[in-house]
Design a protein around this ligand. Structure first.
Ligand code: NAP
Ligand code: ZN
Length: 352
């Protein structure tokens, strides 16, 4: 298959810094859209993948799945977008489109496995897919999103992962103006969860370990902040929440949050992938029909719904724009929870 070389930023090993490299992009097929990447958000999953935290990373790895850019070429059968339009790509670039999940617009739960935007099995070129830390990407039009024209492009990029990952559970658990929602962790996902839950009319509380983030959380729209390490503070919200979205990326004690759920309440894990430690204590769950659940990003139709909602409500991410060359430092700051609240790479810097 014909390919084009493009500049990218990635890593050759779990313990190596990211650096500039060349990668190949496929020639567009009749259903493909070629996008010149203008901005790419930096998700904590990029760091997990670069450093092989989850196992399974194949190197070289090129992270980046919060992609916003401009359409440069379209295949003969493409109808969704045209050359010159702005376009978005999130965490998915392919799925079987035939299984029960795909037919229900749940491509993220494709029964044969979706293709991730990076480190996914590339059906066209073999090997692994390469993400948005690059000049260009070629994606099947089904997996390309339309960007509302009123939104700031750079600040829209994080909606493609942080936005949809928190929107999907808010919608699945039917959050509305009578809901009481809590968010655990004020980072990229957490700050979007606050904005989107407020947009849906809910009362929103932040659980954070970091007292210095309290003012920011209130400015973002949270109604209250609970310092999760303060037992008295935790007791003050017993039985309160219908839904808790937990965005913490590493193993941590989930038990203290369960008593803060209302009867029938659900705590949905979107951050940490792995075994819980300490183990989950079932008594408070059984005594109140409370659930602990998980959720993965969102389907393409739901992602478009979220983007359109953000367009109507003028919701974007709070961002710090960085150059591509600053990515290693950005990862170190992310590990220290020192991001307010999403790094976004200005991809023009890659041309320097
Ligand atoms: P982030 O910006 O680094 O934010 C994570 C926040 O969690 C931090 O700001 C911090 O908030 C809190 N935190 C960090 N370490 C902690 C610890 N050891 N114990 C307790 N709290 C801690 O990360 P992100 O980009 O939002 O991503 C969050 C997680 O979601 C990552 O693991 C990522 O891989 C995952 N993710 C999942 C999906 C999905 O589909 N399920 C999609 C995207 C990302 P405070 O300072 O307020 O405590
Ligand atoms: Zn992500």
């Amino acid at each position: 298959m014909e390919t084009t070389n493009v500049k990218a930023y990635g890593t050759e090993a779990a313990d190596a810094p990211l650096k500039q490299m060349d990668i190949s992009r496929r020639e567009i097929t009749s259903k493909d859209i070629e996008i010149e990447i203008l901005y790419c958000g930096v998700c904590h999953s990029d760091l997990h993948t670069a450093r092989n935290d989850w196992g399974g990373t194949v190197y070289p790895a090129i992270p980046g799945h919060e992609i916003v850019g401009k359409v440069t070429r379209v295949g003969s059968e493409v109808s969704k977008l045209k050359v010159g339009d702005f376009a978005g790509v999130g965490c998915l670039v392919d799925s079987c489109m035939e299984c029960k999940s795909c037919r229900q617009d749940l491509e993220q739960y494709c029964l044969t496995g979706f293709t991730g935007t990076y480190n996914g099995k590339d059906k066209h070129l073999g090997g692994r897919t390469f993400g948005g830390y690059s000049e260009k990407i070629v994606v099947d039009e089904h997996f390309v999103l339309k960007i509302p024209s009123n939104l700031d492009l750079a600040a829209t990029a994080p909606l493609l992962c942080a936005g949809i990952t928190t929107w999907s559970p808010l919608r699945h658990w039917k959050v509305g103006k009578d809901s009481k929602v809590a968010v655990v962790g004020l980072g990229g996902l957490g700050h979007m969860a606050i904005k989107l839950a407020k947009g849906l009319g809910a009362e929103v509380t932040l659980f954070s370990r970091t007292p210095s983030k309290e003012k920011d959380a209130l400015d973002l729209g949270a109604d209250a902040v609970i310092i999760s390490t303060d037992e008295n503070h935790m007791n003050s919200v017993k039985g309160k929440f219908d839904l808790i979205i937990n965005t913490v990326p590493y193993v941590h004690d989930v038990n203290p949050y369960i008593p803060t759920l209302n009867i029938n309440g659900t705590l949905v894990l979107v951050g940490y992938l792995g075994g819980l430690e300490p183990f989950l204590f079932t008594v408070p769950m059984i005594m109140g029909r409370k659930a602990v659940a998980g959720s993965l990003i969102g389907g393409i139709a739901e992602t478009q719904e979220m983007l359109d909602f953000c367009g109507e409500h003028n919701i974007v991410s709070e961002i710090e724009i960085i150059n591509m060359q600053d990515i290693n430092e950005a990862y170190e700051r992310m590990l220290k929870s020192d991001v307010r609240y999403r790094f976004v790479i200005d991809m023009a810097s890659l041309k320097k």
